[in-house]
Design a protein around this ligand. Sequence first.
Ligand SMILES: *[C@@H]1O[C@H](CO)[C@@H](O)[C@H](O)[C@H]1NC(C)=O
Length: 252
Amino acid sequence: MRQCLIISLILLLSNDICAAPAARTEVDPELTAGYREGDMIISPVQRNGLRADSYRWPDQIVYYYINSNIDRAHREQILIALNKIEVSSCLSFREASKDQKYYVNITSEPGGCFTAVGFQNRVQQMNLQYYPLDEGCFRMGTIMHEMLHALGFYHQQSSADRDKYVRIAVENIQEGKEHNFEKFDDIIVDNFDQEYDYGSVLHYSPYGFSKNGEMTIVPFKAGAEQIMGQRQQMSDRDINKLNIMYKCPRQV
Ligand SMILES: *[C@@H]1O[C@H](CO)[C@@H](O)[C@H](O)[C@H]1NC(C)=O
């Protein structure tokens, strides 16, 4: 049996209430779920796009179940996010029938936003803590972000080549949160020939887990901090990576 660990994510909310550097409490629910990099329940050997085919959803079909305690408006928001992934790829999302053996069990419990990474060949949970629409776990980009984890992707800044694009500013990271900034080996993750992507919906914000309001991920490219951590939509490279991973004919 696969032993699962947990990972998490980052958020921006960088506006300090006090002008002086102050301890900053991470409020992004992608980050506070307390998993390995905030929001991922993962096997220890996986990272940006899992290489192993065993983590791919078979036949490009992703089964899901949206729990009945999720109200209509939130259900719609989830379905819109899934549809955005569907129209950008060759994947199809299907509601799990009673006898479906493997599916993403979409819940809305306390504890932030988190998910298992990659296909697990069993029921795998994806939690979106209840928030008003377009906030917290119910931002469109966050729902897509979590689903991209479930499809087999890790955070952009964990990629093997990230040190060429960003500096992890350890001096600004909250004590004990350094593990959220690990990078992964090329043998395990694949960039699918796409260049490092500051605008990926899977990139942390520059201020994730900051203890002093300063950036924890400092981009080498000037201005890139403006797009890092966006949670509106998949970037073109996110779409390309997804299509290459799932052997879809489509490319942006
Ligand atoms: C989904 O997961 C929750 C939390 O683990 C569990 O209580 C529920 O029974 C699951 N539902 C389905 C249909 O798998």
